[in-house]
Every structure is written in structure tokens, then in C-alpha cells.
Design a protein around this ligand. Sequence first.
Ligand code: ZN
Length: 490
Amino acid sequence: MNWNRRIQALAGTVALAMATGFPVAAQVPPTGPGIPGNPVSPSQIGDTSAIAREAQGWLADLIKINTSNPPGNEQIAAMYLLGVLAKDGIKAEILDLTPGRSAVVARLRSAAVANPSKALLLVAHLDTVPVEKGRWTVDPFGAVIKDGYLYGRGAIDDKGMLAANLAAFISLKRSMARLNRDVIFLATDDEEGGGDASIRMLIAKHWDKFAAGFAINEGGNVFLKNGKVQYAGVQADEKVAYNIAVVARGTSGHASQPTKDNPVTHLAAALAKIGNYSAPVHFTSIVRRYFEGLAALEDDEIGKWMRSMETTDRGEHAQRVISDASPLWNAMLRDTVAPTVLAAGVANNVIPAEARANLNVRLLPGDSINTVVSDLNKLVNDPQVKLEVQPNAGLASPSSSLESEFYGVISKVVSQEFGGAPALPFQSTWLTDSAQLRLHQVQALGLVPFPLTQEDLKRMHGDDERIPLASFAKGVDVLSKIVVEFAVAH
Ligand SMILES: [Zn+2]
């Protein structure tokens, strides 16, 4: 079904649900789901339009709680979630990590004894990146609704998903459905910082509270193109981040007598070379499958080059065409190096002794930072310039399986709900909490369920972040259906 038509159909059921007074909410038993004798089939959980409206309210409230990281201050948002869950009789727990910074966990049980290897984790993070307030056209913490969009920092990343997870979780509770696995709601903190309050510490201190075999998290997206869903990229792996300091050293002196070893000049020359550097293409199995699937969805010309990338005669040219067509595709095919920060100089009339830059490096899974450093050293070829790999690099994790039952469920629901658009395995160029989960044997898959255009996706971490209200409602519906399909006994 065409996605726009589906939205119109949903709008009709919203009106119906309102007229009938939200019947699902009236069925809440005192004892909760998973109780033998209260089986509810997945089809009875069908209509999510009422809960999507509630979820829109939660999203607006969450946007109004400023969790810009740094400093995060996620505890206030965590307390808010505790209150929302308590209204439906769900006892959530706050997990404190550092002062003012907390995560939230809650569980719907399938049996008296938990089986962590089967459990499904719904993950989203409470914190957001900061804003440059002067560059926004609306208050970034005002949850302003305009032209069918809800504006605010975190609307997409990641409070939208947080609200959708909450909706899927609460509607499961209200449905009294018999679960075939525990479903765990987890709101993490310090995702954007990755520091002492992040999921790394959460796992180290509280793993037993949310240990699971499967997880759905951010990381992949539903790509909307020309008014239709083109595909859903289901993140099964992610690149690994490193930072390299480029340090040029020379002799300091009076700027009135320029010298050949001025570190500013040497650094600039090195960065000019690095800026034009393109690492060799490596195909991971996920990226190979992604392009195989995408080739059928793109126009004939692009499709042809996508299919030719591993041919011996036209491969190199094809890789160049595809890399030039999209920064995302380029970054999925190779390790990337982006200069991000420059620092040099103490005064306008002083030649400094040192000039520094930071390179943000994203490695394909399985690639080595030493190879990149060695390639860059050869390229720069300047004894005055040194490359220093910085500590706190990302961790490489195994990829999630594309053969798991959970991947199959997501593919099936995506195709049903988005008019036959396929799910394609996706290797994100960005980092998520899923890397840490995958290191703990969790089959973590990434899918922010809201259909979004490139234009809207670009606003994540940028100015005027916003989510189309129709996409939000549709995403709540899709996520709920995925959870029901996977966790409710048939
Ligand atoms: Zn995020």
C-alpha cells in the first residue's frame, strides 16, 4: 500500500478510537500481561492510532526537558518516564550512573523465570546533542508544531524513538497479550558523549537488569523518496570511530621574519593532502547485500553502476561514480578521514611552535587504524608532521545476523507496512549503543521507524530538527507491530 494512503486510513481510525473512548485502555488487568488465561492474539492489538496520539504528547514533553549533552542531566527525563510508566501500572527502575545522570529500565514478563537469551530490548537514549539556539527558527525546547511537523532537539534523535518504544511497550501492557519472551524498555543516557554515564558503564554495573538476546535501537532509517518509502535500512553493524591528532612542530619566532619551518604552513599542507585522500574500497558482507538490494530500487543508470562495483573491468570506475553520487555511499564503501578541529597560534605577530588538527576517522568493521595511519604518513611525507592516534577509540563489535528470526520479523513488517518497500541490511557510518550490546551477544538491529526524507534526516544534530507528525504516528504503528509480531505468542 502507498504510504500516504496508509496515513489517511490511520487518520480515520484515530477518529473512530476517540469516538469509542480508547477501548484498549479499559482492558488493563491488575496482574499484567503474560498471565495464563489472558491470551490476546496479535491482531487484537491492531489499532495503534490512539496510543500514537498519546506518544506525541510524551515526545513533546521529552523535548521540553532539555537533555543537551554535555551536561545531559538525563535524571529529570528519567523521572518523567517513571511517571508515564507508573500510570499504566508498570514499575520502572531508575539506574543512577553519575550525579544527575540516570537510565530507566522496565520489564514485561513472559514467565516467572526470565530467559535473557530470548528477551527483547527496546532501546533509546535520553540525551541529545546541544543546539546553536540562534540558528533555529523556533525554540529548540518548545516542541512547536508547525505545518505538520513537531520541531525540537531530539525530535528524531532520539526522543522520537524513545516515545515510540514507550508506546509499543505500554500498548503491549494494556493489551494483556501473552508474551513468548520478556520485553524490556531501556532508556540510556550519555549516548552522545559515550562517557562514564554511557551504556558501557550501564552494562558494567547493571547488565542483569536488562540482559537480552535481541534489541531494537536507533541506527537505521526508513528512507522516504519522492513521497514514497524507498526502503528501510536495518542497521546490523556500524563503523568504528577514532581520532588522530595531526601535530606540526617548528621553531617559534617573530612573525616579521617568516621561516620555512612555520608549523602552521606545514599543518595546512598536510591537511590539504589528507582532505583529498580516499581510502581503498572494502566490501563487507552487509554493504554488499545493501547495494545488491538498492540497485533494484534506484534508476537504471545508478543501478547499473551499483551492480558493476565488483567487476574487474569497470569496478573502479563504478566505485567512483557511486562514491561521488552520495557521501553516505562513499562512507559505506571505505574508511573515511575528516579533519574537524584546528588549533594554532597565540598572537597575530608570533609564529607558534606547534599547530594541531584533529582527524575524525571512521573505520569499516575489521579494518585497522594502523593501516590508515601508515597510508596517511606516506601521503603527508613531512618529518615535521606527526600523526598521533588518540585514546578512547570506539570498539569493534561483531555484526548482527541477517538470518535471525528477529531480522526476518522486521523485514516482513516493513514490507507489509510500507507498500512492499524492502528492508535492506544497513551498516551505519555513525555510532550507536548497539556496538556495546553486540559485544554482549545481543542481536541488536537499528531501525528508527519513522519515514523521513534526506532533507529531514540532515537536521539531526543540526538546526531546526523536526519530525513529520504523520511519520511519527506511522512509526509508532510499525514499531508496535514489530514488537507484537516478535514477542506475542501466536
Ligand atoms: Zn542518537
